[in-house]
Design a protein around this ligand. Structure first.
Ligand code: ADP
Length: 189
């Protein structure tokens, strides 16, 4: 089983690379952002609870996010492995994921962080906003998401580094080149 955490700030390219990785390695892609957006769109009870939080670019409370993630993982009992995209975003989420996987006799195989500088991120998300129309891609909300990343999510990196599971990759450049570098890391496992 291969369980990959794809890590990086908003706009780092996690979604794009995940799509390529799932077809190559036959993994199940779990994006908590996509899941939340589907709940909002479907106007589920969870969707109603989180819609304003998402629109504001804040993090959904850990308990809610962890419960949703675990529910999604158990839907694919026979999976080859998972790509966790946008999760964990806090240290308590990382700890919860570890404990959850241990209970299942599994673990995180590797964590790959896509490194992209701030100027490039701003440019990418401005472009994406034009196409996606995501309300949280608007400039002020984006700033909030970037702030959340640097105040809360960044602390997940030392958590995995201490477990010797972290590899950093340059997330700037050609999509294919980044994909090749990602595969080179994954193929070691
Ligand atoms: P990005 O494009 O910024 O990487 P995502 O699509 O991963 O964004 O997430 C969009 C929004 O969904 C976040 O701003 C946050 O409100 C919520 N969200 C997604 N994943 C998590 C998480 N692991 N913990 C808390 N909130 C989350």
């Amino acid at each position: 089983m291969l369980n990959l955490v794809l890590f990086g700030p908003p706009g780092a390219g996690k979604g794009t690379q995940s799509e390529k990785l799932i077809s190559k390695y036959n993994l199940v892609h779990i994006s908590t952002g996509d899941l939340f957006r589907a709940h909002v769109k479907g106007q589920t009870e969870l969707g109603r609870r989180v819609s304003q939080i998402l629109a504001d670019g804040q993090l959904v409370p850990d308990s809610v996010t962890i419960a949703m993630l675990e529910e999604e993982v158990v839907k694919s009992p026979g999976a080859n492995g998972f790509i966790f995209d946008g999760f964990p975003r806090t240290v308590p989420q990382a700890q919860a994921l570890d404990n959850f996987l241990i209970d299942k006799g599994s673990k995180i195989t590797v964590v790959i962080a896509l490194d992209v500088d701030q100027a490039e991120l701003n440019q990418r998300i401005a472009e994406r906003h034009k196409i996606s129309g995501r309300v949280d891609d608007a400039a002020d909300k984006l700033q909030k998401r970037v702030d959340e990343y640097f105040s809360k999510t960044i602390h997940v990196l030392p958590y995995y580094d201490e477990q010797r599971k972290l590899t950093r990759i340059n997330g700037k450049g050609e999509i294919e080149e980044i994909f090749k570098n990602l595969c080179a890391v994954i193929d070691k496992y």
